[in-house]
Design a protein around this ligand. Structure first.
Ligand code: NDP
Ligand code: 8X3
Length: 254
């Protein structure tokens, strides 16, 4: 029987690259995101390309009721989830603390903390029942150091860091693996979302860098997910070679 990976935020970036990577290795996919037409296209493409099965589970991770109802009602033959990639998330705005938008703060907290928690809790209940599983939480280098104008985005990723540790401790007795992947700058739709569609400002984030790609992160996640049963990478930070941490960059002059 094929293994099952459940990916939140599979319509773009890391999530989409993970869908491709795991499908290429024969995993069946449970795909989440809000943009249903993208989910449909991804599911159709990967099913045909890799001869795997893909279940679409569209919901907004901020919606507590939708998260729990969707996950608790997953068809019986999809409930043995081997890997959860708890990835859906976003930054909104990059502003000084006193100038930042409260709506942006609320959305980041509701998505990156509350949504992150709802999904992990609902899926961990299935994993406990199945007596196996691996939760891979997507944190960030922004959860290791705070940078100027990063305020609430950084706070949500510090929360992800704490919750990643908490899950590993509390799920230890069930032998469920818990891993945090903390990427640095990676060129996905992340900055376009952060700057609300301003592609010029988004592009500047990567000026003078050869940033990570979504595929780099998917390769690392796949590696973590396929280690022997007794081995767990607990916490892994990864940057491109021109980034030392959340703050220090060595940009090439262009
Ligand atoms: P993208 O913007 O490319 O993808 C984000 C994904 O999250 C999309 O599929 C989006 O789907 C989904 N998503 C966002 N909000 C929700 C929601 N409320 N409910 C369900 N799905 C949602 O960004 P990345 O792939 O780069 O980001 C993925 C994760 O990685 C995030 O948690 C981000 O914080 C983190 N990260 C990113 C870094 C980077 O530099 N790119 C570095 C470090 C961490 P849809 O809009 O269809 O719902
Ligand atoms: C995304 C990386 O440096 O833009 O988490 O915060 S950063």
């Amino acid at each position: 029987m094929s293994k099952i990976v459940f990916i939140t935020g599979a319509t773009a970036g890391f999530g989409k690259a993970c869908a491709e990577k795991f499908a290429a290795h024969g995993y069946d996919l449970i795909l989440n995101g809000r943009r249903t037409e993208r989910l449909q296209e991804l599911a159709d493409t990967l099913e045909k390309k890799y001869n795997i099965a893909a279940l679409q589970l569209p919901f907004d991770v901020q919606d507590e009721k939708a998260v729990f109802e969707s996950i608790q009602n997953i068809p019986a033959d999809w409930q043995k989830i081997d890997v959860l990639i708890n990835n859906a998330g976003l930054a909104l705005g990059r502003d000084y603390f006193e100038e930042a938008d409260l709506g942006d703060w609320n959305t980041m907290i509701d998505t990156n903390v509350k949504g992150f928690l709802y999904v992990a809790k609902a899926v961990s209940q299935l994993m406990v029942k199945n007596k196996q599983g691996h939760i891979i939480n997507i944190g960030s280098v922004a959860g290791k150091e705070v940078y100027e104008k990063g305020n609430v985005y950084c706070a949500t990723k510090y929360a992800a860091d704490a919750l990643n540790q908490a899950m590993r401790i509390d799920l230890l007795r069930h032998q469920i693996k818990v891993t945090a992947i903390n990427p640095g700058a990676a060129e996905t739709e992340f900055s376009i979302v952060r700057f609300k569609g301003d592609e010029v400002t988004a592009k500047k984030i990567y000026d003078g860098l050869k940033p990570l790609t979504a595929e780099d992160i998917a390769d690392i996640i796949y590696y973590c997910a396929t280690l022997p049963p007794h081995v767990c990478i607990n916490d892994l930070s990864v940057t491109c070679i021109q980034q030392a941490n959340a703050i220090y960059f060595n940009r090439q002059k262009v």
